[in-house]
Design a protein around this ligand. Structure first.
Ligand code: ADP
Length: 278
């Protein structure tokens, strides 16, 4: 999955990324889904260890165009995990209170603590995406944010948070199909909003904004992965592979066993034999 990592040292061109790409898995959707299923199970085991060990923290940032598959990714990849140690933070239009603070204020509060995985469904990157596209603040304000974000993420990383950022790349045609599906399926209509059509008019401006995000904010301490996302099964496979590889690299252990479990086992056994006598 390394080809999808945006290398901070090399030029990156979003226009060259094929949203339909399925790499070596061409014609192998069934096998791909099977592999994903195995990764789902392994992720559940690793997350259990992460929670028990209480040493590492993982932040996963998801960004995409509307209908890009953020919700579906979260649902599929984290289906098997223990909800106690995994949280989702969704960032919507800021409230009045949030707007009274700097744009990172609401974000920092949601970052993971030890033993936790936090998934950002949208994030501080909205402050250089929607905010830039709609000029919600002047250019001289948003253009400083790339460096500020890199510095913010560096603090998180130096203080022990591992950061993975995923941009789910769909094509404009695929977005049209997904909107059509939402409009025609009563179970999906709730996901559609009129603003989706308005935002679609800004497709090119958003792509330019994503190009800058990926180029300016993929860092050694918080890399971006630009994932082809027209095919859900392949998107899930790529993202789960990267997350599982990262968790494996933590080389986690369950906390040390207690010194004399037999003592407690005997006590419990005695208790049940006494109960039996009563
Ligand atoms: P989603 O599309 O993520 O499922 P919504 O339909 O509620 O959820 O959309 C959330 C909206 O909030 C998006 O249009 C997004 O651009 C907007 N938003 C998020 N962060 C900001 C921000 N910092 N400033 C302005 N708008 C924001």
């Amino acid at each position: 999955m390394q080809p999808y990592k945006v290398d901070p040292e090399k030029p990156f061109k979003l226009k060259k990324l094929d949203a339909n790409h399925v790499g070596d898995w061409e014609g192998k959707k069934k096998e791909g889904k099977q592999e994903f299923h195995e990764l789902q199970q392994e992720l559940a085991d690793l997350q259990q260890k992460l929670y028990a060990e209480h040493k590492h923290q993982l932040l996963i940032v998801l960004q995409a165009m509307d209908s890009g598959g953020k919700d579906g990714t979260i649902r599929a990849i984290f289906e098997e995990v223990n909800p106690q140690g995994v949280k989702v933070a969704s960032f919507k239009v800021p409230t009045a209170l949030e707007l009274d603070h700097d744009y990172l204020w609401r974000v920092h509060q949601k970052t993971p603590g030890k033993g936790e995985i936090v998934i950002f469904n949208r994030s501080h990157y909205e402050d250089v995406l929607v905010v830039r596209v709609h000029e919600l603040v002047p250019k001289k304000v948003w253009e400083k944010r790339y460096d500020q974000i890199n510095a913010f993420e560096k603090i998180l990383a130096e203080e022990g948070t591992t950061i993975l950022k995923f941009y789910l790349h769909i094509s404009k045609d695929e977005q049209k199909e997904r909107f059509m599906e939402r409009l025609t399926d009563p179970k999906k209509q709730w996901k559609f909003s009129e603003s989706d059509i308005d935002e679609r008019q800004y497709w090119d401006a958003y792509q330019a904004a994503f190009q800058d995000v990926l180029e300016k904010t993929s860092t050694p301490w918080a890399p971006w992965y630009a994932i082809p996302a027209n095919h859900n099964w392949y998107r899930n496979l790529c993202i789960s592979t990267i997350i599982v590889d990262t968790l494996r690299s933590f080389k986690m252990k369950y906390p040390d066993p207690i010194p004399d479990p037999d003592k407690y086992i005997r006590a419990l056994q005695n208790e049940s034999s006494k109960d039996g006598e009563n």
